[in-house]
Design a protein around this ligand. Structure first.
Ligand code: 9MR
Length: 457
């Protein structure tokens, strides 16, 4: 394969740059400025190389590893993103119900901040690594515990997390493409969307991801997840990204990149979240192909490897990481770095620009769907514009006595009891004629029984 180096490509833009500079102020330019500077040197660390295209390159770590000088020297030098391998999981953060422990995770976030790294949050809800008390819950008690956990943990780190794995590994292995059985799944099929909606309210600035393994190509499991994401996008469930763990063996599916792309085409970002590859003659080439696949998908935000050195890995016997047990760079490291350095910078996914709709005969309607349980409910409200575009909307809901709103997503609530006005937020007020959007709220007490009114502006 012929790889374009950065030197090859730089002159493509250089002549135009020089001409513009001359036109702007020829008298002020010293002669040396007329000589095109040397092409950018290739970046020498993974984080810097990934940053050239607006991406991050991260590693899983643990706060107790910070005292290991070799581990931490590599971590700080090479990576510009970190994720807690275990310390943000449910069993670590809420060892007893409603008693929270952020000792390790706070240290991790502080380390990231001190070293200019972003943080992936892993993972708010998962069938595994639940504390014992949660394993023993079911039904409404577990659902409410899940909501409380997300509110408290995502709320604690509000504003500090680049992307949260809101739900981890909820799909079954095997050919069915369906959900995995778990205590969470048995609380009702909507548990995943409730988790995402709760997370959006708790930390509106974090990207919210669904994360899973054995999704490294187009297969029944990844297609099951794809269908869920498509459904979520169509109904306004707040999902921003899908994580592909990529715990790989000695092969890589030929449609690995195509799989990332089909998710991106649904309107979500994609991230490689737990990459490690069994040591073998093709370890370096698999790492390279995964890296190139991410670089080729504009909505692929970055790559995280699941540990720093081989001896840090959960798959220690397979030596699956980029640094050996002595902290030396492996061939796989060089293949990743070269791949990151070889592509045309491609900043990820600039936010779409929206054009305000024209003024018209603004009107809207609201319809409610309810998921109730003993003592609580989730209301999902669809707002639909009339035959003219609208700039904003307010939905008025009358709550029964004793009922209170405990969380709202995709809308701003005026209060929590009695008559509550839910108004659009910045990103969902504008609707085309006949267009619709969804917002929701969860509450304690009895669900509202009257039809809400919708007012458009
Ligand atoms: O690497 C993690 C290991 O230290 C833990 O013992 C294990 C517990 O389940 O979880 C490992 O990380 C997992 C991650 O959280 C989710 N995807 C699979 C990872 C490897 O098992």
């Amino acid at each position: 394969m012929i790889r374009r180096s950065r030197t090859d490509r730089t002159p493509r833009v250089r002549p135009r740059t020089v001409l513009l500079t001359l036109a702007a102020g020829v008298a002020l330019i010293a002669p040396t400025a007329l000589v095109a500077p040397a092409a950018n040197a290739a970046a020498t660390t993974l984080g810097a190389a990934a940053a050239q295209s607006g991406r991050y390159f991260g590693a899983a770590t643990s706060s107790f590893m910070f005292s290991n000088t070799q581990h931490t020297t590599i971590l700080n030098r090479e990576f510009n993103s970190i994720v807690a391998e275990n310390e943000m999981k449910w069993d670590a953060t809420e060892p007893q119900q409603n008693v929270f422990n952020f000792t390790g995770s706070d240290r991790l976030v502080a380390h990231a901040r001190a070293n200019g790294m972003s943080v992936r949050g892993h993972a708010l809800v998962w069938h595994a690594q639940q504390p014992g008390w949660a394993q023993n819950l079911s039904g409404t008690a577990l659902r409410n515990a899940m909501i409380n956990h997300i509110n408290r943990v995502a709320g604690h780190f509000r504003g500090q997390i680049h992307s949260w794995d809101v739900v981890n590994e909820a799909f079954a292995d095997g050919g069915g493409g369906g959900r995995r059985d778990s205590n969470l799944q048995r609380t009702g099929n909507d548990w995943i969307e409730v988790a995402f909606r709760t997370a959006r309210t708790a930390d509106p600035n974090a990207k919210l991801c669904y994360n899973d393994y054995n999704t490294d190509g187009i297969n029944a499991k990844s297609t099951g997840i794809y269908n869920m994401v498509r459904d979520f996008k169509s109904r306004g469930v707040p999902i921003d990204c899908v994580g592909f763990q990529s715990h790989l063996g000695t092969g890589l599916a030929s449609d690995y990149q195509a799989n990332l792309q089909r998710f991106a085409d649904l309107g979500v970002d994609v991230q490689i979240t737990e990459l490690d590859v069994a040591q073998g003659s093709n370890q370096a080439s698999i790492y390279e192909r995964v890296t190139r696949a991410c670089l080729a998908v504009a909505r692929c935000n970055g790559i995280t490897v699941w540990g720093v050195r081989d001896n840090d890995s959960w798959r220690r016997g397979e030596n699956p990481l980029l640094f050996d047990a002595n902290g030396n760079k492996k061939p796989a490291y060089n293949s990743v770095l070269n791949a990151l350095n070889s592509v045309t910078p491609n900043p990820t996914n600039p936010p779409p620009t929206t054009t305000p709709p024209p003024p018209g005969n603004a009107a809207c309607t609201a319809s409610v769907s309810l998921n109730t349980w003993n003592g609580g409910f989730v209301a999902t409200i669809r707002v639909t514009a009339g035959n003219a575009a609208i700039r904003g909307w307010t939905v008025r809901v009358t709550l029964p006595g004793g009922t209170a709103v405990t969380g709202t997503w995709n809308a701003q609530a005026s209060g929590s009891t009695g008559t509550v006005n839910f108004s659009n937020v910045s990103y969902n007020g504008q609707l085309g004629a006949g267009g619709s959007t969804e917002f929701g709220f969860q509450g304690t007490g009895t669900a509202p029984s009257t039809t809400p009114t919708c007012t458009a502006t």
